[in-house]
Design a protein around this ligand. Sequence first.
Ligand code: SF4
Length: 388
Amino acid sequence: MTEDGAAKAIKKSAGLYIHVPFCLCKCQYCDFNSDTNLSLIPVYINALFREMRLLADVPLCFDTIYLGGGTPSVLKPTQIRRIFTAIYTIFRIDPNPEVTIEVNPKTADFKAFEMYRSAGINRINFGVQSFKNENLKFLGRIHSWEDAVYGIAQAQRAGFENIGLDLIYGLPGQTRNAWMDDLKRAVDHRPAHLSCYMLTYEPGTPLDEKRRKGIITPMPDEEAAELFDLTIAFLEDQGYDQYEISNYACSPETRSRHNLKYWNFMPYLGLGPGAHSYLHPFRSWNYLNLSDYVERLSKWQVPSEGKEKPDPEQRMIEAIYLGLRKREGIDIPQFEGIFDLDFRKIFGKTLKELENEGMVRTGRGRCRLTRYGMRFLDSVASRLCAAF
Ligand code: SF4
């Protein structure tokens, strides 16, 4: 291949995800891949550097970088800077990338934010979850609402404008007023982005254990759906656009460019234990366990545990689920082009039923959930999937 041909083969607009599998302690509801043994951080970083070097030739140019976890901010700022130096040295990076770090408000101060900026990070995503200490205690978070307010102020003082806040709602017994208060307090900080997630009870978590033992009773679906509707109405009134089922941005520019890649089937490379990658037509995933990950890399082997080429049916199911998550819905001409089918012919009967039930709306080349239908994403998607 000529040099020109090789350059053309490089896929632009790819995402780079780095999984930092450490947390100060485990939250009650969490089933993410993270370890509380921070003494393993240096070993992890050395392994990560090896993984980067092994994948240096990946034919991707990244315009988003996302340091997620876990709690990436448990790493020392100098360690984070070293990671970014390696990223910029080893990979092709777009001149105008979106570079995000997830931060637990307890773990970063002004100096850390300054160093993040000097490392090229331009977006902070705070795991706030609630502005009420009783909720934070219930969730097992290590920080208080005061820590969150202080952290946001320090990030702003260090010059960060693109700040996102994560919130959780649907806690047992949470009232409409209590959730509205959390939302108002979040919006008071004028974040560029908000993610509002419904509390889920993941198998194997302490929270789910309490649910099974009857110690706590989850919020009934109808009440949770009311909070969901309330969230959309309030945030839209405040100028936030719900561009994905749980995500809101104050302008199109502050939508998470990185997360949009997952929902739009763009290529991404995931590094770190348990990280997933997608380079069409293949999906692959790393060893989940930190010691397996480190062991493979100690032998200079790529720490990939599996790789698959999803068949058209799997891809179609995924396209339906991911498309419906977005406010703009499924792009019908694009879907027809990818899967070589007539959308109306295949889904017409089911779509008619869903439209009559007020769940789905089609028009202008899009198939999207109504606000009411958003409450039933899984059931709508599975009914559409059953149609082919
Ligand atoms: S901080 Fe995040 S990743 Fe860590 S235990 Fe809590 S929810 Fe899980």
